[in-house]
Design a protein around this ligand. Sequence first.
Ligand SMILES: [Zn+2]
Length: 318
Amino acid sequence: MNNSKFNSIISELGQLTDKQSRELEIALQAQDPIATILRQIESRLIEHPECPHCYSNTINRHGKINKTQRYRCKNCLKTFVATTKTPLARLRLKERWGDYFNCMLQGKPLRGSAHECGINLKTSFRWRHRFLTLPFQQKAAKLEGIIEADETFFAYSEKGSRELKRPPKKRGDKAGKRGRSSEDWVPVVTLRDRGKQTYEAVMPHVTAKKLSEELKRKLEKDSVLCTDGFKVYIKFSEDNELTHKRLNILHGVRVIEKVFHIQNVNAYHSRLKMWMQRFHGVATKYLENYLGWFRFMDDPKNCNTISLFKAQQQLNGT
Ligand SMILES: [Zn+2]
């Protein structure tokens, strides 16, 4: 960019709204998320010294490894760096984390991400699953007001497992029962309130009791639950003192009293399904991780590398 163009940008900065200024600031920081986060982790250790091994507060600087400050604990004498015992610790190829995050944010497949970041497939797999577990832990703590609930189904998969729990289908075998046989499909129940708080649970067998256990203390009393009328929700609403609005979709009743419907949760499910397609089927044991990752990314304010790193740091602190 030439100087006069640059100068004209600078001269226009004064016209930015407060919101735009903040966005610009975030955009500029996001150019180097890794450095920013590492600086934050470093400075936190300096402000609140703590040995990750014995939690003693007396630590000393102890040389550098690959430009990274090393510390030694006076109490247990062990050495460590700022990222020791954090999920970032074993990701040694630090300079590639940012690229890898970007691949994940774009939903690129394992092999493509590995290729783009110059790492092998095994590392790509390990990194993905380490990062995937993060947003999984940030489900809505409380749902309130009008809450929409519905199920969606994912094909059961033992992809990537060495030992199959059930024999693989032979070519020419009948695909089994039509429809949603519990052997082939894993139900996911999603609840989403109008504040866009979202909670989802992988439930091999959806029953009122299991649903109540899963959602214990997470539903504000006197909330209104909107569903398609599946009988499990009837009992569940009674047990949890919720007003239940049953939509009879099959008979064309999609909205009751203008506000009660399940269109938000259904739209959420279609976005989720569309996004999952790019992974060409995920192993059922990792399904929750993918759901969590989608939930995190579906919230526009989370959709940048900075937020993902911040989420990670928060988890480190818990
Ligand atoms: Zn120590």
